[in-house]
Write a protein that binds this ligand. Structure first.
Ligand code: SF4
Length: 388
């Protein structure tokens, strides 16, 4: 492992409208707030670079929110700041999350010029009724135009985001969504199961019994179809929710799951750098008020700065590694923690191997394909008691 690699994450918290299921840190904001935010973001990026002097940047990820909502010159300005202040690899993966609105197509050429080489488009469903219910503001037809526009602009690495197990969805409509999208041959596909998060309009509807979610059996059929059909179409599942054509696994995400250090900029962004973890403030007022030319300004925006305990490191090793299809190395666990994995997690490992949800292959412990589908339940049992 190259210990001088670094990943950068840029959080853009703006959205045109809040979707019915969303609990991400995102909201609508005036163009004045957007401009102030970008100026502050650039100060944060530039004034953090001194601690990253010994690192080179292998990936940059603009996430949100909806980064593509911004005027493209803001994205260019942020990329310029990164180039000025960090050692950006020549072949760095630079991704931006986009929502397929009518104006998106006109932004692609500016993205290209700014060095962006990977687009992640949030389609979610190819069924317009499902999109409406999710509270999305685009239609499938708008997505198609954007997708074609991106190809015409020369983007050769495109991810499409989908959500399954959503209200109104049946196995039939999911099959249609997946088949339609894979016909377009995106290089990468992310498929997330809908989670009804507290505090969202969906949670309220659910409490009132108004959310018609697919049943457990249908969920299982949807997951099984996803597994089989993506494989048939030449996509490799490399993580619980991520599928890619050979050579197109997302470098930024893999870095995160294999614990490459990362620094996040902007509202609520998380960082894991050297032995420290921190998260930025979630308050826009506080973020914009901080004087980031001084140390005190950074103390104002960086919250929950703490050094990880061994217990937390072990949990993270398992949580992140087991999401990957290749799983975790027992040897690496031993070297890092001076303890055999079985001594810490023996009970859980035996249980899930007995249920055929986990397996041991060539010194690695990994989830089986069925285990991948219920990974949340399995991973929740890998939390440790205090004092381990
Ligand atoms: S576009 Fe994405 S981030 Fe924005 S509200 Fe919808 S789900 Fe949330």
């Amino acid at each position: 492992m190259d210990r001088s690699e670094l990943e950068l994450y840029i959080h853009i918290p703006f959205c045109a409208r809040k979707c019915n299921y969303c609990d991400f840190l995102s909201f609508c904001a005036s163009s004045e707030v957007q401009q102030k935010y970008i100026n502050q973001l650039i100060r944060e990026i530039e004034n953090t670079s001194s601690i990253c002097r010994d690192y080179h940047v292998r990936s940059v990820f603009f996430g949100g929110g909806t980064p593509s909502l911004l005027e493209p010159q803001y994205i260019t300005a942020v990329m310029d700041a990164i180039r000025r202040s960090y050692r950006l690899d020549k072949d760095a993966e630079i991704s931006i999350e986009c929502n397929p609105t009518s104006t998106l197509r006109h932004k692609f050429s500016a993205y290209k010029k700014a060095g962006i080489n990977r687009l992640s488009i949030g389609l979610q469903s190819a069924n317009n009724d499902e999109l409406k219910l999710l509270g999305r503001i685009h239609t499938f037809e708008e997505f198609l135009k954007c997708y074609q526009g991106a190809r015409m602009e020369g983007f050769q690495n495109i991810n499409v985001d989908l959500i399954n197990c959503i209200p109104l969805q049946t196995l039939k409509t999911w099959k249609k969504t997946l088949k339609t999208v894979l016909m377009l041959k995106p290089e990468h596909l992310s498929v997330y199961n809908l989670i009804v998060e507290p505090g969202t309009p969906f949670a309220e509807m659910n409490e009132e019994g108004l959310l018609m979610l697919p049943g457990e059996d249908e969920d299982e059929e949807i997951d099984a179809f996803t597994r089989e059909y993506t494989e048939k179409m030449g996509y490799q599942r490399y993580e619980v929710s991520n599928f890619a054509r050979p050579g197109f696994a997302c470098r930024h995400n893999i870095g995160y799951w294999t614990e490459v250090p990362y620094v996040g900029f902007g509202l609520g962004a998380a960082s894991h750098f050297e032995e420290f973890r921190w998260s930025n403030t979630r308050s826009m007022e506080e973020y914009l008020a901080a004087d980031l030319s001084r140390e005190e300004g950074f103390s104002m925006i960086r919250k929950e700065l703490h050094q990880q305990t061994v217990k937390e490191e072990m949990e993270e090793f398992m949580f992140l590694g087991l999401r990957l299809v290749e799983g975790v190395s027992e040897q690496e666990f031993l070297l890092r923690f001076q303890k055999r994995m079985d001594l810490v997690y023996g009970e859980q490992i035996r249980k899930f191997i007995r249920l055929s949800l986990m397996e041991r292959v060539d010194g690695r412990l990994r989830l089986t394909p069925r285990g991948m589908d219920v990974s949340n339940v399995i991973l929740s049992e890998f939390l440790l008691e205090e004092g381990v």
